[in-house]
Design a protein. Structure first.
Length: 254
């Protein structure tokens, strides 16, 4: 196991954002969190990834040298280091996960430099290699992200996150807002990379087709609560909770 989340809760005044959500994640496993807008899935992702402090519950990660540690009991420097090494975060809007005022190569190489790599040739070589791995033209390494399309920016953000070979990646609607053909190619890329690198990942999406393609397991959220969990195909093909049944029938059936 790589991640343990227990009884996570978050409120905004009287409004429940998430309540008593528990989950486990294993190395190499992709978990999709699905639900309608306002169901709590993004709040859950923000709490689990340490971007938002919950009001209740624990998030424990299997660190390389000290075993499981509650991320909210870590110091700020330790949590920042974790985010640069063993974790990645792919934003819905690539602009939020990139530095738009530096080159594509600098965006990818920056994470290596943050870990102490100072050899220019090695940094540039790693950046070039990762641009190729996400199916970008490595000859464009010195171009600004502003020169790329939305789909290419998302690929660049993925390369930036994976260059340090994290063990856990968080993805917030990674294909939302892209053309259908671009979405399909990006999903194929994400599926192949998660398998190749044996990445554990949590993917928030409102698109059940994305969940089916990428995820091994699925967690269904409604009004801040987890109403169903199981193997992705099982949940989609034989949903048990009335809300999941409604969700599946409204999206996947003609």
């Amino acid at each position: 196991m790589i991640l343990k989340v227990k009884n996570l809760g978050k409120r905004y005044g009287e409004r429940i954002a998430i309540e008593e959500v528990s989950l486990e994640l294993w190395p190499g496993e992709v978990l999709a969190v699905v639900g309608e807008s306002g169901s709590g899935k993004t709040t859950l992702l923000d709490c689990v990834s340490g971007r938002l402090r919950p009001d209740a519950g624990t998030v424990s990660f299997a660190t390389r040298h000290e075993g499981f540690k509650n991320i909210f009991e870590m110091g700020e420097a330790e949590r920042r280091l974790l985010a640069r090494t063993d974790w990645g975060y792919v934003h819905q809007r690539a602009e939020e996960g990139l530095r738009m005022n530096v080159s594509a190569g600098a965006n990818v190489g920056e994470r290596l430099m943050a870990l102490g790599e100072r050899h220019y040739g090695r940094v540039r070589g790693a950046a070039s290699d990762w641009l190729s791995r996400v199916e970008m033209d490595a000859a464009r390494i010195d171009e600004s992200p502003n020169a790329f399309s939305g789909g290419m920016r998302q690929r660049l953000q993925i390369a930036r996150n994976l260059v340090t070979r994290p063990r856990l990646v968080f993805m917030d609607e990674p294909t939302s807002g892209l053309d259908v053909s671009v979405q399909a190619k990006l999903l194929d890329l994400l599926r192949s990379l998660t398998r190749e690198l044996e990445l554990a990942a949590i993917v928030v999406t409102h698109d059940l087709a994305v969940a089916r393609l990428l995820a091994h397991r699925m967690l269904v959220m409604k009004a801040g609560r987890m109403v169903e969990e199981g193997l992705a195909d099982q949940v989609l093909d034989d949903p048990q909770h009335p809300y999941t049944q409604l969700l599946v029938s409204s999206v996947l059936q003609p």
